[in-house]
Design a protein around this ligand. Sequence first.
Ligand SMILES: Cc1cc2nc3c(=O)[nH]c(=O)nc-3n(C[C@H](O)[C@H](O)[C@H](O)COP(=O)(O)O)c2cc1C
Length: 153
Amino acid sequence: MKHLLIVYHSKTGHTEAMAQAVRRGAEHEDIEAVEVRFLRARQAGPDDLLWAHGLLLGTPENFGYMSGALKDFLDRTFYEVEGKLNPLPYAMFVSAGNDGTGAVRAMERIANGYPFVRVQEPLISRGEVTDEVLAQCEELGMTLAAGLEIGAF
Ligand SMILES: Cc1cc2nc3c(=O)[nH]c(=O)nc-3n(C[C@H](O)[C@H](O)[C@H](O)COP(=O)(O)O)c2cc1C
């Protein structure tokens, strides 16, 4: 069994909707050998990262950066997992008002340190979350889960 961890923060529900869609994709009935753990950033800790074989991170863009809650998750876990983590395949999804690139840039710098290895392009949604974005989120979740299942990452 492979383990996929989804960690996200959301204040007004946009990233939450994206995260739920990512989860639906990851838990698609065709994927049998992947267990999904779905956590808000404030609930997640180092043991969750050590459990994971793959990681999906979701955040709003706040002040040109990831949300404080997601940053706090990373601050709380870095030393605890240092030296114990195999490079972890990851991807991220961002809900932004009109940009989103600052959150991606910040995450990518931090990912190098863990290390997390990017296996899909970041998914950025701007403004209201559309059905098209939700479909892309489902696809992202499914791609990560399927990739873990077949050992592609
Ligand atoms: C404090 C704050 C700062 C924000 N800064 C940015 C920003 O720098 N760039 C941007 O595109 N949107 C920014 N936004 C808009 C949010 O990213 C956007 O509303 C997002 O959809 C919120 O996600 P959520 O519903 O999951 O909380 C900001 C919102 C707040 C509340």
